[in-house]
Design a protein around this ligand. Structure first.
Ligand code: GLN
Length: 306
């Protein structure tokens, strides 16, 4: 398919959203950008168009990487004991839903509370810090050795992340959190500040679409059951409060981040990475979702339709 055409058709929609500025360093990003990369598992090739090699902050898409890493390290059942798989009906950084439900674990790993809890589960390994383990795994699963930490974004998150801090202390006060709160928050802010491209995200989506096997070298990175569970979670909770809306329109397991990234896994067919910074009210890329809808229709990858 002609990805350049998809970029041309949707670039103007960047005017319809707003770049995240609750994390000040993210507010400086040029809004008029759209990049798309598609990894085709059947042809074993990757194509891209637009701003597909521009680096941006991975933000919430890191929650997928860390969930996969911890499920690989501890076994899926040892992670799902600590975090559920339900939608919350509240924004991604809400604390209210846990209070209302009197839940003993965060409702899913893709809201901030759940992601911080999962990050706190990382075990010591080879003398490496949790963040060093995460970035090494991110480089491997995204097939992108250039992934690096953006310290300006990290510091900006750390300085302004009081809602995330309150979530973490709420978890601790209710006997959740499995490591030091401050250390886990630092790791969480750092994981969100890793710099990726649409191409790296297409590679990540391709591993998930390929049931946990890296298609570029045919080596397994995560168990099939972990890849399957993660794609289900992306379908039900990957786009926050709007997950249901977009599952019905696009029908491809997708995770978004407030840096403007979208990462999709069309089972056994494609990994897709998209970057476009302006967001809708729920925190999802506006032009990115419009482009994804067009790609889903053209490639016929809506899992509920084909
Ligand atoms: N770092 C962001 C936060 O903690 C990540 C949120 C997101 O991408 N939805 O608020």
């Amino acid at each position: 398919m002609d990805l350049k055409q998809v970029v041309d058709n949707n670039l103007a929609k960047t005017n319809l959203g707003k770049v995240a500025n609750y994390i000040p360093a993210l507010g400086k990003v040029d809004p008029k950008q759209l990049g798309i990369a598609v990894y085709d598992l059947n042809k074993d090739n990757i194509t891209n168009a637009g701003n597909a090699d521009v680096r941006f902050a991975i933000e919430s898409i890191s929650k997928v990487i860390v969930f996969l890493y911890v499920a690989k390290q501890l076994g899926l059942s040892n992670v799902t004991k600590h975090v559920g798989a339900r939608q919350t009906g509240f924004p991604f950084n809400s604390i209210l839903n846990m209070e209302i439900e009197k839940a003993h674990y965060p409702l899913n790993p893709f809201i901030n509370a759940g992601a911080i809890e999962v990050t706190s589960l990382i075990q010591p390994y080879n003398g490496k810090s949790p963040f060093d383990q995460i970035i090494q795994f991110a480089r491997e699963i995204c097939h992108d050795p250039q992934i690096s930490l953006n310290s300006e974004i990290f510091e900006s998150e750390d300085r302004t992340g009081d809602t995330d801090r309150s979530l973490a202390y709420y978890l601790k006060a209710n006997n959740m959190m499995h490591a030091d709160v401050t250390a886990s928050l630092t790791t969480y802010f750092k994981q969100c500040s890793m710099m990726v491209t649409a191409i790296s995200l297409a590679n990540l989506g391709a591993v998930l679409a390929n049931n946990g096997i890296k298609p570029w070298d045919n080596k397994r990175l995560v168990p099939t059951e972990v890849a399957t569970y993660t794609k289900s979670l992306m379908t039900t909770t990957g786009l926050y409060n709007e997950s249901g809306t977009y599952s019905s329109i696009i029908g491809v397991p997708t995770k978004s981040g407030v840096g403007g990234g979208l990462m999709s896994a069309a089972p056994n067919r494609f990994g897709i990475g998209i970057f476009s910074p302006p967001l809708d009210n729920a925190g999802n890329s506006v032009a990115g979702l419009a482009a994804l809808e067009e790609i889903s229709n053209e490639l016929k990858i809506d899992i509920f339709q084909y």
